[in-house]
Design a protein around this ligand. Sequence first.
Ligand SMILES: [Zn+2]
Length: 235
Amino acid sequence: MTSDDPHQRPRLLDLPLLAGGHRGLARNGSTVSVLRPGDDDYVFGLNPRCYGCGQAPRLRVGDHAVEVLDPCPHPDGVTTTVDPPVPSGEMVLAADLRAVHGWDKKTIGDYATMAGRVRAIHSLAAAGCAFGPAVDDPGLHRTGPDAFVIATPDDEDEDGRLFGAERLASIPATTLHAYCAADFTARGGRVHDIDSATVVALTPGTYRFTHHTNESGFDYDHPGTLVLAHVERIA
Ligand SMILES: [Zn+2]
């Protein structure tokens, strides 16, 4: 009996998915199911979009595998680097500074995808605000004279230190699940209008935020300290 036999009962075949670097497509991790025989190949067990780039996959169903035709443009994820100016030396940290720095929905598109989150980071940076997705209640910790991390400590002691580094600000988790850092008052913002904002006095200058949560190796469930971003003064 062959698969062309009209009397053969349809059945689901598990085939490996050749994902072309796209992430999160196969619901069970590595294989999808194909209904055979059938007039058209019907693939089950597939998520609609790549977790990284947000593309819907075009598929070629072969005898031994299902292949995604277009490779992922971001197979390793994305490390974002933004350089917001802090001319006043007063950096405001909070979960949400969009009231002043905005949120350009048209530019950002689908924030549920990594590509959307990367666009959000660059869009907010263009408005003078460092922004990044965050988990739990991250803090800004000083690691050098003009160097910091935004991190969620694991074994933090009661002094709120991390790697022996002082915590300068805590950023409470909100529905946005993000941090914002900006020279907020220089843009006309009023700190008293913002929930749980912290003003940190820094050397006036330009600060580079290197944000890590969109890298493919970043694991939110990693036990221990999670460094979301490195921050350093570059000018
Ligand atoms: Zn992709």
